[in-house]
Design a protein around this ligand. Structure first.
Ligand code: SAM
Length: 212
């Protein structure tokens, strides 16, 4: 069996060869103990570059997806970030490790509870709320950046409205099978759009998402 450090090194090298060149993102992935965010039974797969099941039929995203979206977000220390879809808390931990002030919304109570215990236990200070994240988190708006970690049928306008001018929203949009990753930058008059690759996420369910 490979040592933990060896498994982490292999994962990070694999991410680098797939196009993740941001050293800070790679270091955050290396440093964060992904095995703590999954069940004991799956721990031997913690550093495989795959999504894994977590409770309530949800997933912890593939490390490549986490690294890719984080690289697109271009996190600067002190950035105020809203994450929609806390899930296991792993993506929030990566953002935190990069020095962001992280606000995260989860709609499933059990996952919200788990992450509310685990993240502080691991030393990550993340503000978490149980709610429908398609409506954002208005009390703390505006945000420098917003990341949505579930697949949306369309762009929720509440999220765009909670961005600063110049701020960006990174969100997968498509049907329930595959989604295209969009980056929207808010401008004085509206927003500019950019497209990236295709991904596969669990559905974003809510008032401005898919219906439950
Ligand atoms: N960021 C997560 C991680 O690092 O483990 C990945 C989470 S999983 C791919 C997507 C999460 O989005 C699920 O936990 C799901 O319950 C949540 N979700 C779906 N619709 C939501 C909504 N409207 N508001 C908040 N969370 C939502």
């Amino acid at each position: 069996m490979l040592l933990l450090e060896e498994e982490k090194r292999k994962l990070v090298e694999g991410l680098w060869s797939k196009g993740i060149k941001d050293e800070n993102v790679l270091k955050a992935i290396y440093d964060i103990p992904r095995e703590k965010f999954i069940s004991d039974a799956l721990r031997k797969f913690a550093y495989d570059d795959n999504a894994l099941p977590i409770e309530c039929a949800q997933t912890i995203s593939q490390p490549f997806t986490v690294a890719y979206m984080t690289q697109v977000l271009d996190i600067k220390p002190g950035d105020k970030i809203l994450e929609i879809g806390t899930g296991s808390g792993y993506q929030a931990a990566v953002l935190c490790k990069l020095g962001a002030e992280v606000y995260s919304v989860e709609r499933i109570e059990k996952l919200f509870e788990n992450a509310s215990i685990l993240l502080p236990e691991l030393g990550f200070k993340v503000h978490i709320k149980l709610d429908d994240g398609t409506l954002g988190w208005e009390e703390n708006a505006p945000y420098d950046k917003i990341i949505v970690t579930a697949g949306a049928p369309d762009i929720p306008h509440h999220l765009v409205e909670q961005l600063i001018i110049g701020g960006k929203l990174v969100i997968p949009v498509g049907d329930q099978q595959t989604q295209k990753l969009f980056e929207l930058t808010r401008t004085e008059t509206g927003f500019e759009k950019k497209f990236y690759d295709y991904f596969k996420f669990v559905p974003l369910i809510g008032a401005e998402g898919w219906k439950a």
